[in-house]
Ligand binder design. Structure first.
Ligand SMILES: Cc1cc2nc3c(=O)[nH]c(=O)nc-3n(C[C@H](O)[C@H](O)[C@H](O)COP(=O)(O)OP(=O)(O)OC[C@H]3O[C@@H](n4cnc5c(N)ncnc54)[C@H](O)[C@@H]3O)c2cc1C
Length: 381
């Protein structure tokens, strides 16, 4: 049996951020990940203003610094929205989107945690976790004073919470994504493009990065029977002549995203959940990197305070989730049903909404305003 102050399941953005915070405060944080880093991760890699601000707070690196180090891959000063295959809006942004490639980005976050003194065991697949803090992997057994489940959307750590599987499944989105080199891409763009109007509760994207064009779709699973067909519909919107041939030629990969599953209480016994494991991706655009960084940071601080003062991390962690995360999740969920509802009545309504409220919406996406009725957002970082 191996011991640590905190066993962290999963070394994605949530796990590495918590490990960084704990190690900086002098605690023994042991990360277990089934993969060896750098590892691939299916993701569009789009970072908003709030993510860049939090990264600066955590790592003391500005956007320029992260670009210089090659952690940020691409900067896009605008965006485009397409509806039913037709361009609706193409605009510049007051603050740009930053795009990362996840293998590089996640390796950076992990390296920072390791440099601060955290430890990692690669190729350790967790198969069981008890509320007391016992973690079993295929390779050995571990015990932490506390455990942080940051093992993604299909979290094994979450199983000990005894939550309804049906409820979790019914709020999942399916996402399919491929990266196509520029010379083979059916569409070239230098700004992130969002495409609405071909999935009942979801959307598609084309994001530029240095590997080519990242093309993907994401939508609530319960409202779409066949995502392969939905992806072909998306390709038709992109004016791909032969979607069947395109799909045959490229190996499509998919991964679920929590899309309305955010847990108001991510604490059970000595186990805390952060990032996708706790369902923290917004239910409008499925932005999850920011919430993984944020909840990893909150969990790391709550755990370090608890270890220092010999108390339980639950109350402090729950409170920050309640105050800063859940209002965004609820607000984004309301907006999702409004926008998809408008689109269902008549696609032109969505266009009108964007022309009227596009600026405020961009600020909500970036996090300068809250999804909670568009109020100015005061983050605690
Ligand atoms: C197609 C797609 C596109 C996306 N695009 C964006 C985007 O553009 N912007 C954005 O903000 N979000 C996006 N997301 C969401 C984002 O990828 C996630 O929200 C984010 O990665 C969550 O981080 P995390 O640290 O919680 O989990 P993850 O990044 O999933 O990391 C979990 C880690 O746990 C490990 N693990 C899993 N199970 C086990 C186990 N049993 N034992 C040991 N280790 C385990 C994994 O190997 C992994 O390293 C996208 C998601 C998808 C699927």
């Amino acid at each position: 049996m191996h011991h640590a102050d905190v066993i962290i399941a999963g070394a994605g953005p949530a796990g590495s951020t918590a490990a960084l915070v704990l190690a900086r405060r002098g605690f023994d944080a042991l990360l277990l990940d089934k993969a060896a880093f750098p590892r691939p991760k299916l993701c569009g890699g789009l970072l908003t203003w709030k993510s860049m601000r939090l990264l600066e707070r955590l790592h003391g690196r500005t956007a320029e610094g992260l670009i210089r180090e090659g952690v940020v891959d691409t900067v896009a000063g605008g965006f485009a929205l397409h509806l039913g295959g037709h361009p609706l809006i193409r605009d510049r942004l007051a603050y740009p989107f930053h795009l990362v490639r996840r293998a590089r980005f996640d390796a950076f976050l992990l390296d920072r945690a390791l440099a601060a003194g955290a430890r990692i065991l690669h190729h350790h697949e967790i198969v069981d976790c008890s509320p007391q803090g016992d973690v079993r992997t295929k390779q050995g057994e571990f015990r932490g004073r506390f455990v942080l489940g940051a093992d993604g959307v299909n979290s094994v750590a979450r199983k000990c919470f005894g939550l309804s599987r049906e409820r979790w499944q019914s709020n999942l989105a399916a996402a399919i994504e491929i990266t196509v080199p520029r010379e083979a891409a059916p569409r070239i763009t230098d700004v992130p493009e969002l495409h609405a109007g071909f999935l009942p509760t979801g959307y598609g994207w084309v994001f530029p990065n240095s590997a080519g064009m990242v093309m993907g779709i994401c939508g609530l699973r319960r409202n779409c029977e066949n995502f392969r067909e939905a992806f072909k519909a998306f390709l038709r919107h992109l004016h791909v002549d032969d979607p069947d041939a395109f799909v045959r030629h490229h190996a499509l990969e998919g991964h679920p995203i929590p899309y309305g599953n955010a847990l108001p209480d991510p604490v059970h016994g000595n186990v805390l959940l952060a990032g996708d494991a706790g369902g923290y991706a917004d239910p409008l655009l499925a932005e999850g990197i920011f919430y993984a960084l944020l909840t990893g940071w909150y969990a790391g601080e709550a755990l370090a305070d608890a270890l220092e003062k010999d108390r339980h991390p639950g109350p402090a962690y729950r409170e920050r989730i309640r105050r800063h995360v859940m209002p965004e999740m609820r607000g984004a969920n309301r907006l999702r049903w409004l926008l998809y509802g408008l689109n269902k009545i008549d696609a032109r309504n969505l266009g009108r909404y964007f022309r009227l409220r596009g600026g405020a919406l961009a600020e909500m996406v970036h996090g300068m305003r809250s999804y909670d009725w568009g109020r100015k957002k005061r983050w605690d970082f």
